[in-house]
Write a protein that binds this ligand. Sequence first.
Ligand SMILES: Cc1ncc(COP(=O)(O)O)c(C=O)c1O
Length: 419
Amino acid sequence: MTGSKDRKSPKSRIAYDVNKIREDFPIFREPLNGRSLIYLDNAATTQKPQAIIDAITAFYSNNCASVHRGIHFLSQRATESFENSREKVRCFINAASLKEIVFVRGTTEGINLVAQAYGRAHVGPGDEILISVMEHHSNIVPWQLLCDEKRAHLRVVQINPSGEFVFEQYANLLGPKTRLVAVTYVSNSLGTINPVREIIKLAHRQGVPVLIDGAQAVPHMPIDVQELDCDFFVFSGHKMYGPNGIGVLYGKEHLLDAMPPYQGGGDMISSVSIEKTLYRELPHKFEAGTPDIAGAIGLGAAINYIENIGADTISKYEQELLSYGTSALETIDNLRIIGKAKEKAGVISFIIEGVHPHDIGTILDSEGIAIRAGHQCAQPVMDFYGISATARASLGLYNTREDIEALLRGLRKIKEVFH
Ligand SMILES: Cc1ncc(COP(=O)(O)O)c(C=O)c1O
């Protein structure tokens, strides 16, 4: 099936009503722990709108059955809902075929799948995998495991002090030994949006496939895998207002087709004998065992939710909020923003001289403000800046200027306590 994509939903042309959007999220309806929640930890995970909770509840209440195997009515209905979600994902990222959409547990599993199934078949002694220093640990460790096993080498593109991908170095590192490039679209620790189109174009000129970690991109901007021309694209449902435990690996059909299965088990076979097993066609070859059916249905509902607002509209709103938040935080003495790339999405990482990020996180928590403090699962980034941790405020489609102002008041209070 060839997909075309209606990139603007009708509602995306309507003014952004953030208060109305917030009403969709039960967690914002009632005070939490005696106060209204200021949730600025969206890069870790997002809150869930009622529509997603309802879709999951409806599956378990009225539709619960296994998929692909039962001939009874309920199983057929569950299979239909599950496969409808796959079609929603296909449309959402504009993949050319349903065969290219593999349900996985999340970004981490998607990357491990590619490292194991593609990597083990194509990487040998002395070969190179190219990543960047700003990768999340889940786009570093699977490649280290592969390189250790195959006696291959991990090559790493550095960032400049603003936290931007050093393209010239990338061009130099890309060579005849490079077997795969794996880079993040948006950095979870810095917010940097990488020039993935140019990264992909250059790799393809040398016949090197590219995996894009889309975990922090999908919630913030429209994605079109055909336009990007990436070979693999991975993301997690829980970072885009959907459920935990479900994610997607997109892979170009010819690449997935040539890859051996990742895991063996039920549902991924067409026949098994003790002598020989035949596998099912794509994408089922990569989906061993009973899948997270409710998760996939919830993910479909999350896609509906995002598309009803419009990915472009969300992006525009969040960009405005990001620049408001950045300017606001810059008014605080001795606060340094870590990650000042020209192109950023959704993330403000910072440190305050003389205050440990964990203390920032703890004091803000006592004010009802949830941020993340720590190495952000990106220790090489911390090493680059010579720090052990940052505090990170990360934005979602329901955040407001009032949230930023509450953060600012909290940070001023911290300055009073520590100075
Ligand atoms: C850029 C990036 N990649 C990968 C991951 C891993 O995602 P998951 O834990 O959902 O597999 C994250 C999670 O924070 C991330 O931000």
